[in-house]
Design a protein around this ligand. Structure first.
Ligand code: HEM
Ligand code: HEM
Length: 228
């Protein structure tokens, strides 16, 4: 017998889609030079990522950072099983496939590193006109320029990772494995496995409000007041 079980809490789902919207906004505002908007969205994304990492320590079982580390053997085994034409794979996933599967986990870790690098280099970046990240004044002009170049280069890596992410999701779809539905409504059909331990996503949003408020008073207040 299989039942629909919640595998993604409300914080993870909201985090995921808001993060995608923020990155689209940062791409547009960064390339169009709309720096006040760029900074404001970036501070929002910074708050989201910091909260996601905290949630990775205290959140639901499927959100735990510890659950993202799998051996290379588990990745190979998972990818090998994808080739086997068994519909059971959809309804009877491995225990390790209930959250992010072993291959997807490395993709997720890669995203965290790339987005953190993008945010960090941005904090030190300058546009050679009037805008500079809030930490640019603590480093030399030369280092700030180099980190600005890295900011542009790392974004290309981030775009590459997003392309790979979407291609992988399409590939699973072709194998009749729907990953998008669960990321929208949170539920997945599980057979006889124990349901993962979930935490109320509202707690995650509470942490987000605290982190966002701290960033607002630290760096974002003047820009946001100016924008509105
Ligand atoms: C800027 C674009 C995007 C980025 C940076 C991104 C990043 C991520 C990250 C970091 C996760 C892990 C979530 C977590 O545990 O916190 C994830 C999962 C996921 N993303 Fe995205 N994503 C993007 C766009 C999309 C889009 C457009 C779709 C749908 C078409 C999508 C579908 C999914 C799905 C289905 C999962 C769950 C995968 C699984 O079951 O393991 N993502 N994404
Ligand atoms: C994940 C978050 C971020 C993304 C995706 C992003 C993306 C981008 C992109 C695509 C550009 C245009 C690069 C180019 O000229 O080719 C840009 C420029 C810039 N970004 Fe970001 N950015 C992020 C975070 C930040 C943060 C946190 C700050 C500072 C608070 C920042 C400050 C800047 C500055 C000053 C520029 C202008 C650089 C120049 O004119 O060459 N960014 N960003």
């Amino acid at each position: 017998m299989s039942t629909k079980t919640t595998i993604w809490d409300g914080f993870i789902r909201g985090y995921h889609w808001l993060q995608a919207i923020c990155i689209a906004g940062l791409w547009y505002t960064g390339t169009e030079g709309l720096m006040d908007w760029h900074f404001s969205i970036a501070y929002g994304l910074l708050a989201l990522l910091i909260t996601r990492l905290i949630w990775g320590l205290f959140g639901s079982e499927t959100a735990k950072l510890a659950s993202l580390f799998h051996s290379p053997r588990a990745v190979i085994q998972h990818l090998g099983e994808l080739h086997q034409p068994k519909p059971a794979h959809t309804a009877h996933p491995h225990k390790s496939d209930i959250g992010h599967n072993p291959a997807g986990s490395y993709m997720v870790l890669g995203f965290f590193v790339l987005i953190a690098a993008q945010l960090t280099t941005g904090l030190f970046a300058n546009d050679d006109i009037v805008s500079e990240g809030p930490l640019a004044m603590y480093v030399s002009g030369d280092l700030s320029s180099r980190l600005t170049e890295l900011h542009a280069l790392n974004f290309d890596f981030l775009l590459g990772a997003i392309g790979l992410h979407l291609a992988a999701i399409l590939l699973y779809r072709l194998k009749s494995i729907d990953l998008i539905g669960p990321m929208l409504h949170g539920k997945k059909e599980l057979a006889d496995q124990a349901a993962p331990k979930m935490r109320n996503g509202a707690i995650g949003w509470g942490v987000f409000v605290a982190v966002a408020t701290a960033i607002y008073f630290l760096w974002a207040k003047d820009i946001i007041i100016y924008l509105f």
